[in-house]
Design a protein around this ligand. Structure first.
Ligand code: BGC
Length: 730
């Protein structure tokens, strides 16, 4: 018998045409929540026909599987993504469904979340999205994205969690725990080495084993082993010649084998390429392959292979079991928790995350915060101040319930006491094309600048809002360069000349060059894309209602030529292959090793108060396990500090990055308060990956444990010695 789509049957049942009442299934073991997940999965697996099983492992619409109508098993519903529950589309196109009930809370983007350096903020974002996903009847939310920022040009850097594997992993774990606490499955993506959008569907990535294990896998591994993530999305690209969604080394050997992953692996949309590769390569759920769905690689062609004996039934059962685990874990066959959507609490959660991730990069002579009892006029300049961006960037975009742009936030906060004027300052930031960035500004652009300069001159303070938007920071394409487009550099320079009390607010999802004017600007704030409450969050930081505590999750290099991929010419690949020649030296590891001064280093961020560090001690048995120190707030305001611990091997026998982040903690201190802070070190904190032995090795020798306020502001150090070389579990 040929398999046909079960979606129409399911629709009939959903409309009330069922032949058997759901009550009749109430006594089944798979519905019994007192039984273990495995018992329930095996029970249900035993009740399914071959066709029903296959219906569970490939798409039946853009974002769902078929379900099993006969047993009242609903389809598995997925939705993007990392920043909220996406609008409804399709069912079989990417066009919006045109509904009015699919507005949702837009939380800040991934890079903003990472800049909080607080896994609790991950939990808050994840919990918020999870509660909304329940109302929208989803099982799996397609996030978080944890691909490492290898080059500032990757169009999707804004969605991801920065350049450091440990930071990205810990932030992802918080997010996953929050989302999954609501009975919604998270989906960590895109596994693996999906670090650019240029040729994303085909590029073949090559790198050495140490780089893979030390830089590109740890965030995924943390999501699996620490976060117990229920699903993983394979990447579009190829790794060592094989598509990631069909890659037995990545999916079978590492993920399901070594890491013990029990959930399901789905393809990125259109990321499966063959029946043979998908079946044997470790894919469990094929999504996004063009229809008709019954012709998908894991549909009729798989059935034929099973029936003719090419594939053993055990391969099918393994995939189905993984899908069933997720279905059952997300309450598809019992009572779902009640969710909530677009609540004031969710909006306040979004604002909290945005505020915690805003990074104060410069504040000469304490020009910030702005005291609204002393300032009478503010000129807000720059079109980015009026942009709404939550819907952009493609799959991670959100149809936000509302969105407060920066200008609106500033008016909300200062408008009643201060005269706030606005001028656009530069033209619309349009989609870039390589090599077409205008070197100089046109006459009409000059008129915009002149108008802005005039208003800056007439006001006590100028706030220039510059940056990018999702024409630049976007899925499907990379940025052409690292510059601010639309003549914004020229604008900042001119406004500065007119009014030295100029505060620059930068809104971007990735680093930009600012060398032309930065040295003359007294204050600079990076606010990323802060979700629906972005404007209010920015205003509250500028006003001092919130003391900034974000830290950079990525280095801001001075210029593109300073980046490791530029030095090695190892991006965006040649003849379809990209070799990661820079190896381990990604992000701060590179700038530290090569002694290149960045514009702003990894981990950097100022506060309106001051923190003093003292009294380091390292708890060590065989291995150092904990770092203890004191931090005092010696400044005038309450505030939060992110204490960062880096490890610096003094005499390694193999090449090691000069320092690597191994622990961090965000702490709150009232003005005048002093606290003891204890940070746990992971077992492999001193280790490197040894490819020949396929394990992590801690070499005997001396290591410095560095404690600082950023990667380039080390305040305390303590040496530890390891007497003999040992292997450690990771
Ligand atoms: C993206 C994924 C996304 C999927 C579904 C793909 O193009 O790479 O991140 O989840 O589409 O929208």
């Amino acid at each position: 018998m040929k398999y046909t789509s079960l979606r129409s049957c399911w629709t009939l049942l959903a409309l009330g045409a069922s032949v058997l009442s759901p009550m009749a299934f109430g006594q089944e073991v798979y519905r019994d929540t007192t039984k273990s997940l495995e018992v329930r999965v095996n029970d249900l697996l035993g009740k399914l026909t071959l066709e029903e099983k296959v219906g569970l492992i490939h798409a039946s619409s853009k974002f769902s599987t078929a379900g099993v109508p006969r047993l009242h098993i609903p389809p598995l519903w997925m939705s993007d993504g990392p920043h909220g529950v996406r609008e409804e589309i399709g069912p079989d196109t990417w066009n919006p469904a045109g509904r009015t009930d699919d507005f949702s809370t837009a939380v800040p983007v991934g890079i903003n979340l990472a800049a909080t350096w607080d896994p609790e903020m991950g939990k808050l974002s994840g919990t918020t999205i999870g509660q909304e996903a329940l109302v929208r009847n989803k099982n799996i939310m397609l996030g978080p994205g944890v691909n490492i920022m290898r080059t500032p040009l990757n169009g999707r850097n804004f969605e991801y969690l920065g350049e450091d594997p440990f930071l990205a992993g810990q932030m992802a774990v918080g997010f996953i725990e929050g989302e999954q606490s609501q009975g919604i499955a998270a989906c960590v993506k895109h596994f693996a080495a999906n670090n650019q959008e240029t040729q994303r569907n085909s590029i073949n990535v090559e790198m050495d084993d140490r780089t893979l294990h030390e830089i590109y896998l740890p965030a995924f591994k943390a999501a699996v082993k620490q976060g117990n993530v229920l699903s993983v999305m394979g990447a579009y690209n190829r790794f060592r010649g094989v598509y990631c969604c069909e890659n037995p080394f990545l999916l079978n050997t590492l993920l399901k084998g070594e890491w013990g992953f029990k959930g399901l692996v789905m393809s990125d949309w259109g990321g499966a390429h063959s029946t043979e590769g998908s079946v044997r390569g470790g894919l469990d759920l094929e999504m996004g392959t063009n229809g008709p769905y019954e012709k998908n690689y894991l549909a009729n062609p798989f059935i034929e292979g099973l029936k003719s004996g090419i594939y053993p039934m055990s391969l099918l059962d393994e995939k189905v079991s993984r899908v069933l685990r997720v279905l059952i874990a997300t309450h598809a066959v019992d009572t779902k928790p009640t969710g909530s959507i677009n609540t004031r609490q969710h909006q306040m959660n979004a604002r909290k995350v945005a505020e915690e991730g805003i990074v104060l990069l410069k504040n000469d002579h304490d020009i910030l915060p702005i005291d609204d009892s002393k300032v009478h006029s503010i000129a807000v300049i720059g079109r980015v101040a009026t942009q709404k961006v939550a819907y952009g960037g493609q799959s991670s975009g959100i149809k936000a319930f509302y969105e407060v742009p920066i200008l609106e936030g500033l008016l909300n906060r200062f408008g009643s006491k201060v005269t706030v004027s606005y001028s656009p300052g530069y033209p619309e930031i349009k989609r870039p094309r390589k090599g077409t960035q205008k070197p100089s500004v046109s006459d009409s652009d000059k008129a915009l600048i002149d108008q802005a300069v005039k208003s800056a001159r007439q006001s006590e303070i100028a706030i220039v809002v510059v940056g990018l938007n999702h024409n630049y920071d976007t899925e499907s394409s990379d940025r052409p360069d690292m510059k601010l487009p639309a003549g914004q550099d020229e604008l900042v320079s001119r406004v500065l000349a007119a009014n030295p009390k100029t505060i620059v607010v930068l809104s971007s999802g990735s680093p930009v060059e600012m060398g032309r004017w930065l040295y003359r600007v007294p204050a600079l704030v990076e606010c990323w894309y802060g979700g629906m409450e972005a404007g209010n969050a920015v205003a509250r930081v500028l006003a001092g209602d919130v003391n900034p505590s974000g830290k950079l999750p990525c280095t801001f290099p001075q210029k593109l030529e300073d980046t490791p991929t530029a030095a090695f010419n190892s991006y965006p690949g040649e003849n379809g292959t990209e070799t990661y020649l820079e190896g381990l030296l990604v992000g701060y590891r590179w700038y530290d090793a090569k002694k290149i001064q960045p514009l702003f280093p990894f981990g950097f961020g100022l506060s309106y108060t001051k923190f003093d560090y003292s009294g380091i001690s390292v708890v060590q048995d065989t291995l150092p396990s904990q770092v203890v120190l004191q931090v005092a707030n010696s400044g005038p305001k309450d505030g939060e500090e992110v204490v960062q611990v880096y490890v610096h091997p003094l005499n390694p026998s193999v090449p090691r990055p000069p320092q690597e982040l191994k622990a961090f903690k965000k702490i709150m201190l009232s003005s005048g308060e002093k606290k003891s802070v204890a940070l746990n070190l992971p077992a492999n904190a001193l280790a490197y990956y040894e490819p020949s032995r396929k394990c992590w090795v801690i070499e005997k020798g001396t290591y410095e444990i560095l404690v600082g306020s950023s990667s380039r502001d080390i305040r305390l150090r303590q040496t530890v010695t390891i007497g003999s070389t040992m292997l450690v579990q990771d």
